[in-house]
Design a protein around this ligand. Structure first.
Ligand SMILES: [Zn+2]
Ligand SMILES: [Zn+2]
Length: 237
């Protein structure tokens, strides 16, 4: 199977928050859903590619922070596409407040605003990944999910055959929330539950041949930039 087209959906300007559509023929998979009330942005991205809600076959969640899962329940209603997430992320999908461990001053400040701890429409995923991996070819796109914990306990990455990987918040790039400027400079996202586990998950992705890392905040980054980031994380722990 050939690789799908990757359509970046800017959920906030300047690459500060991205979701992604993978498109192959008349099938689309959405990876992450943005903040609450993001359905129109997804609909516009589908339309731009000549597609509609009925073409959306699957909603993948890299993790269940509000900026990635905030519109999942609405999008499932609109498209009837199932939501897939890792079992270790289930509690966050169902409303348990995540542990927001700030990685630097911006995360501390951001946490104080309360913007990320606010409630959103919680949900139970239709499909729950319980092992290390999951093949998505049944949904018309040749890709697999890999368990890559660290940012949250149930973070998933979606790997394509051409070395592309949608890695959620395993890394970010830029400044502040990510993006904006210095987009090829890897940084930790504002929050990270276990930097040590993040480093191990990024190493796993490199060992699987991932070369281009599409991220929730900023990106994309090369394998070389990710390698540099892993060494920075190692130096901190
Ligand atoms: Zn996150
Ligand atoms: Zn995020």
């Amino acid at each position: 199977m050939t690789n799908p087209r990757i359509e970046t959906i800017p959920m906030l300007p300047f690459g500060m928050l991205n979701a992604f559509l993978l498109i192959k023929g008349d099938s689309a998979i959405l990876v992450d859903t943005g903040l609450p009330n993001s359905a129109r942005r997804v609909e516009n991205a589908l339309k731009k590619n000549g597609l509609g809600w009925s073409n959306l076959r699957l909603i993948v969640l890299t993790h269940a922070h509000i900026d990635h899962a905030g519109s999942a329940a609405d999008l499932r209603d609109l498209s009837s596409a199932p939501i897939i997430a890792h079992e270790a992320e289930l509690a966050y999908c169902q409303g348990r407040t995540p542990i927001f461990l700030p990685t630097r001053w911006f995360g501390r400040l951001f946490r104080m605003t309360g913007a990320i701890q606010r409630p959103f429409r919680y949900f139970t995923p239709d499909l729950i990944v319980s092992g290390d991996g999951h093949d998505l070819s049944d949904y018309g796109i040749s890709a697999r999910l890999l368990f890559t914990p660290g940012h949250t306990p149930g973070s998933l990455s979606l790997l394509l055959e051409n070395g592309g990987v949608l890695a959620g918040d395993l890394a970010a790039s830029g400044i502040l929330l990510g993006g904006i400027a210095r987009k090829n400079r890897p940084i930790q996202p504002p929050f990270e539950e276990s930097p040590r586990q993040v480093a191990a998950s990024l190493r796993l992705l490199l060992s699987q041949g991932c070369t281009r890392f599409f991220l929730g905040h900023g990106g994309p980054l090369t394998a070389r930039e990710i390698d540099r980031h892993i060494r920075n994380l190692d130096a901190k722990s």
